[in-house]
Design a protein around this ligand. Structure first.
Ligand SMILES: Cc1cc2nc3c(=O)[nH]c(=O)nc-3n(C[C@H](O)[C@H](O)[C@H](O)COP(=O)(O)O)c2cc1C
Length: 143
């Protein structure tokens, strides 16, 4: 799914995944690693929550993959490994405030994931096995 308003493409998990999240995972903004189908492992930043700015009634998990400029993630397998927490979910006065905060989240995730203790999760065996469906060509997903 692409957020036209925010202009940061995000991939969403189906409701079953969101509903099965462990209770101890609070809403908020997290960072970690993500892999689409059999592509490379990228940095990601993720929002778990009710998106108060948009008055959403449904809890969602939205993953924004850094360096992934594809816009159609629908039907792809998305594996994520959450390695850290950035901030609680917030409401904003304007869309610009939301967008500038998301930009800071992306910069925070980018810097944190450069650390050796975070990089080790990038090579975790969780990301090594093949995806059931291979929609990638030479490691890249065609758009
Ligand atoms: C890194 C990141 C942080 C976000 N933080 C917030 C937040 O604090 N408050 C909020 O209302 N929405 C937040 N959002 C959610 C956006 O508002 C969301 O992408 C928007 O609800 C688009 O929804 P749609 O997919 O229904 O168009 C965040 C999204 C991302 C990717």
């Amino acid at each position: 799914m692409v957020i036209e308003t925010v202009r940061e493409p995000t991939a969403n998990f189906p409701d079953e995944v969101v509903n099965d999240l462990p209770e101890e995972i609070n809403t908020g903004v997290y960072y970690g690693w993500a892999k689409l189908d059999n592509g490379p492992v990228h940095k990601m930043v993720m929002s778990i929550g009710w998106n108060p700015y948009f008055r959403n009634v449904k809890k969602s998990m939205e993953t924004h993959i850094l360096n992934e400029f594809g816009t159609d993630f629908y039907g792809s397998e998305l594996r994520i490994c959450i390695t850290g927490y950035i901030r609680p979910e917030m409401d904003f006065r304007t869309l610009d405030d939301l967008i500038s905060t998301i930009k800071i989240d992306i910069a925070t995730a980018n810097a944190q994931l450069e650390k050796a203790e975070m990089k080790k999760f990038k090579d975790h065996s969780f990301f090594q096995s093949e995806s059931k469906e291979d929609k990638t060509v030479n490691g890249f997903k065609p758009h």
